[in-house]
Design a binder for this molecule. Structure first.
Ligand code: ADP
Ligand code: MG
Ligand code: MG
Length: 254
């Protein structure tokens, strides 16, 4: 049974105006197979949490820890995090000129597994995953994210998720900008990953819409760099009705 534990995490960034505290004591435990939704207003630090888990160098961990099955993730290189079973789909996926989707996937799979996947089953797996995600075959030979539409970028991330089979994934606003059909397809992919590999998921979203297709076990309201409230799926329904207003106390108090 795998577990990802975030403990009293404090994170800052350097800005022109000096050091800015963003995360102010985040505690969160995700067990294998669990889906945790993080919801919160813009600027509350959701992406910062995602980037910190991924090891983005801009985000400075002041204190706290992130443990994957007891091992300190914060001491791992970005590559080691992927090998350990972490996956991050960013809010703004980057283009990789000169690297095709096929080559990227195979290189990533090889790096994570420590050996190249057997060619025949691999090709079959890639084709199947692309079909499941309703992706055109021609897509495989295009450069990663180059000229991809918003929806294509998101599908490509879920393609990676399904093929790389991480233990835990962080999806940062994977739902933003998707029409309802694309949202369903992407959600089905995530749900398959959960069923097939026991994926644990941190699903960051601003809107409740995606939670109709990916059912969270827990919902956390993220405000001002920390979890302000947590509950079950009913909390998402309440947020849909009430918004985040009741959490937004003036930040200059205290
Ligand atoms: P969210 O994803 O919840 O919208 P972010 O984590 O993107 O929030 O941002 C939280 C706060 O930290 C915002 O005020 C944002 O401007 C600031 N911030 C995030 N990253 C940086 C950065 N690299 N440099 C300066 N400020 C940043
Ligand atoms: Mg934002
Ligand atoms: Mg964000």
């Amino acid at each position: 049974m795998s577990v990802l534990e975030i403990k009293d995490l404090h994170v800052s960034v350097e800005t022109d105006q000096g050091t800015k505290q963003i995360l102010r004591g985040v505690d969160l435990t995700i067990n294998e197979g669990e889906i945790h939704a993080i919801m919160g207003p813009n600027g509350s630090g959701k992406s910062t949490l995602a980037y910190t888990i991924a090891g983005h160098p801009k985000y400075h961990v002041e204190s706290g820890s992130i443990l994957l099955d007891g091992a300190e993730v914060l001491k791992m290189t970005v590559d080691a995090r992927a090998r350990a079973g972490l996956f991050l789909a960013m809010q703004y996926p980057v283009e990789i000129p000169g690297v095709t989707v096929t080559n990227f996937l195979r290189t990533a799979k090889t790096a994570i597994e420590g050996e190249a996947p057997p060619i025949r089953t691999w090709i079959k797996d890639v084709r199947q995953a692309m079909t499941d995600l309703r992706m055109d075959k021609a897509f495989a030979e295009r450069n990663v994210n180059e000229g991809f539409s918003g929806g294509e970028k998101k599908r490509n991330e879920i393609l990676q998720l399904e093929l790389l089979k991480p233990k835990f994934a962080v999806l940062d606003e994977t739902d933003s900008g998707l029409d309802v059909d694309a949202l369903k397809i992407v959600s089905e992919g995530v749900n398959r990953a959960k069923t097939n590999t026991g994926l644990g998921l941190l699903l960051i979203t601003h809107y409740t819409r995606i939670l109709r297709y990916i059912h969270p076990d827990f919902v956390h309201v993220f405000v001002n760099g920390r979890i302000a409230e947590q509950g079950g799926p009913e909390l998402a329904d309440r947020l849909e009705d009430e918004g985040y207003d009741r959490f937004l106390v003036p930040s200059n108090v205290g």
